[in-house]
Design a protein around this ligand. Structure first.
Ligand code: MF3
Ligand code: CO
Ligand code: CO
Length: 276
């Protein structure tokens, strides 16, 4: 989500994050799994010459065939079923008819609504062979998400997540995007709490069992600043450095986080092994 309203987090009082029960967790497992299956389906279609428009169509057809639909289509006027963010695009890139090129790195972000509940997840994909620094950025970003998830524990605050992500990203001489953040979700797409991917002492929400939210760090090889293009959506790095992102939907449990959007096929980070 965009952080327009959250730039002055210290001043803003967020509504208390809703706490959800077992039925909600069960519904989130179903929505999360379907979302992950959509991302799995795309693996074999991401290759040089394919277009992001084709990927968009695959996801909307897949959702329809499974009694679900995309949360992004017509969300605040967004005209597509997925977001496709290539190379220096940070997030909210729009599918189009331009062919993917060998060496591109691509984030695909899918949010599906199943029985009223949202599953929201994104992964990086390699188009053909990618440069080492691009693959390294994807590895670091995936590890940032993994450590952010591992930091979730009742009794800690949202800053534990930000600290885990920021410390790794900066130790690797990368930067954490500030302008977009993770978010609560459930029956609502973007709910409380806001999940920052960096430490912000003036904003701290205690983690409690029953909270549902995304963790979706955007990590840049260069500086953290972004700008939004004139289409009103596409966010790019100001210095045109490469950017990567992974996103999972999680629920807080008594002893950590339950991840709803793990790949059933084990496609956790690229390059994806499609042999088996
Ligand atoms: N799925 C994105 C997120 O992680 C939101 C996309 S909103 C859109 O929060 F309108 F750009 F699609
Ligand atoms: Co999200
Ligand atoms: Co998303």
């Amino acid at each position: 989500m965009s952080q327009d309203e959250t730039t002055k987090l210290g001043q803003r009082r967020e509504v208390a994050p809703p706490l959800h029960g077992p039925e909600a967790f069960a519904a989130m497992r179903r929505a999360g799994r379907l979302t992950a299956e959509a991302l799995d389906l795309l693996v074999e279609h991401v290759r040089p010459g394919a277009t992001t428009q084709i990927l968009d169509r695959l996801v909307s057809d897949f959702a329809h065939d499974h009694g679900a639909y995309s949360a992004t289509l017509l969300y605040r006027g967004y005209p597509h079923s997925i977001c496709t963010s290539i190379n220096h695009v940070v997030c909210h890139g729009m599918p189009n008819d331009k062919p993917l090129r060998d060496g591109d790195i691509l984030n695909i972000d899918v949010t599906l609504i199943l029985d009223g509940w949202h599953g929201d997840s994104s992964r990086m994909y390699f188009v053909g062979e990618v440069p080492r620094r691009a693959a390294r950025l994807c590895d670091i970003t995936h590890e940032c998400l993994t450590r952010g998830i591992a930091a979730v524990m009742p009794g800690r605050t949202t800053n534990a997540i930000g600290a885990a992500i920021q410390s790794l990203a900066e130790a690797e001489r990368c930067s954490v995007v500030r302008d977009f953040c993770g978010h609560g979700l459930g029956r609502v797409f973007h709910d409380s709490p806001t999940i920052l991917h960096y430490v912000e002492p003036s904003y701290s929400v205690p983690l409690r069992p029953g909270m549902l939210f995304t963790i979706e760090p955007m990590i840049n090889l260069g500086r953290p600043q972004v700008k939004v293009l004139s289409d009103g959506w596409t966010a790019v790095t100001r210095d045109r450095s490469l950017s990567a992102q992974f996103e999972h939907t999680v629920g807080v449990t008594e002893n950590g986080a339950e991840v709803f959007t793990y790949s059933p096929k084990g496609y956790h980070k690229p390059p994806y092994d499609t042999a088996s």
